[in-house]
Design a protein around this ligand. Structure first.
Ligand code: NAD
Length: 376
């Protein structure tokens, strides 16, 4: 079946498509159909003061080719046109080999704020001298994480001048493996702080992870042939649209909103923390001091369009809500993915696909024009 034809089907027919394509059962699909979903008991395990649950449409974006493998990507969103536009981007990419993705692994920082230290530089060195002891204290907290190849493996110190005087920040450098890792990191930072206090003579105040996940990067790139875009003129227009976003933060923010149109629906569908992803991505977008687009578009020597994205992606395939939300578990099964690194790559590719789909519309029919055509 042509992927575009899915749009014309009934929900029940799309369910049959997923079942036959992936060999899934009615029981599998029940997690996102009306029969099952999130129970009251599960909802109460997630958050406090629950009085019910709140539904959103669960869509599929087939046609993704990522590192040579086909994926059907789950998307949960309230915004019309996002899914179809992302599929358009994915199909354009698939015509020329799809998305090539890579990642840096799941390294995050736990921060311990130490105050009341007269000589932060000397205190910092004392912490570094006791690195092995600090790492051991951190890893005692989470033997399960260590057994999966994760855990604290380094420490860093950062003396900082603040409006409240000098402080010393101790960073625990932690591999969170397939977990998003916030709870694990917070527990480690809290466990290590008495030791850090005794080494430095300071007082530990804030002990928490940093969502600036700059050592947890994921990248995706794509080359789209000029013929598939209707010619080199379209390539030039997309590159020009990118130059506009690169120079003008007003446009960059909107560009990045379009990228997040692809990213956040997958983050939601897999039960991950949208706020952690948003704060990480936007901090990365302004790492140069000016808010910039998180995607780059260039023309290669053959006149084809090359796109790339590089962003922090703190998500997990274990722990958090992903652990027990039936829809999140179904999403992982739909993509047949069980590592945080692979999921992060799929999310980055989906963001790049969304950006490509929107940019193509913007430089051709226009967003409104495409939206009206899709409605007819
Ligand atoms: P978690 O504690 O539920 O699960 C992680 C744990 O699972 C690990 O510590 C480990 O013990 C275990 N585990 C089993 N198999 C593993 C594997 N293969 N790889 C790694 N660990 C494995 O959750 P978490 O990931 O530590 O925290 C995520 C949750 O924390 C999210 O719900 C998030 O919303 C929330 N949170 C976020 C922030 C923030 O971003 N600032 C702050 C507080 C809480």
């Amino acid at each position: 079946m042509e992927i575009k034809e899915l749009t014309a089907l009934q929900i029940s027919e799309r369910i049959e498509y997923v079942k036959s394509k992936l060999g899934m059962s009615d029981e599998d699909l029940a997690a996102v159909t009306k029969e099952k979903g999130l129970s009251d008991a599960q909802a109460c395990e997630m958050i406090e003061n629950v009085i019910g649950t709140y539904s959103l449409p669960y869509s599929i974006a087939p046609g993704f080719l990522i590192n040579g493998r086909e994926y059907i990507v789950p998307m949960v969103t309230e915004e019309p046109y996002v899914v179809s536009s992302t599929i358009n981007g994915a199909l354009l990419a698939a015509k020329n080999g799809g998305f090539i993705c890579s990642n840096t692994g799941s390294v995050m920082y736990g921060q311990i704020q130490l105050t009341g230290i007269r000589n932060p530089n000397t205190a910092g060195l004392k912490l570094l001298e006791r690195k092995a002891e600090i790492i051991e204290a951190a890893n005692k907290v989470d033997p399960v994480l260590v057994s999966f190849g994760g855990g604290c493996f380094d420490v860093e110190v950062r003396p900082v001048e603040t409006c409240d005087g000098p402080m010393l920040i101790l960073h625990l450098v932690i591999n969170t493996a397939d977990a998003m890792g916030a709870q694990a990191i917070n527990a480690m930072a809290e466990a290590v702080s008495p030791l850090a206090e005794s080494i430095t003579g300071g007082r530990a105040i804030v002990r928490v992870l940093s969502n600036r996940a700059f050592r947890r990067l994921v990248r995706a790139r794509v080359t789209v042939k000029k013929e598939d875009l209707g010619g080199e003129e379209c390539v030039d227009k997309v590159v020009s649209a990118y130059a506009f976003a690169d120079a003008d933060p007003y446009r960059a923010v909107t560009n990045n909103k379009g990228v997040m149109n692809g990213i956040i629906p997958v983050v939601v569908a897999t039960g991950n923390d949208t706020r952690a992803v948003e704060s990480g991505v936007h901090s990365y977008a302004c790492r140069s001091g000016q808010y910039k687009p998180i995607t780059i578009w260039e023309k290669d020597g053959k006149g084809n369009l090359c796109g790339m994205i590089e962003i922090p992606m703190a998500i997990g395939t274990v722990g958090g809500t992903t652990r027990f939300h039936p829809g999140a578990q179904f999403s992982l099964k739909l993509m047949s993915v069980n590592s945080a690194a692979r999921l992060a790559e799929i999310i980055a590719a989906t963001g790049l696909a969304a950006n490509l789909g929107v940019l193509y519309s913007l430089v051709t029919a226009g967003l409104h024009g495409d939206f009206e055509a899709a409605r007819k």
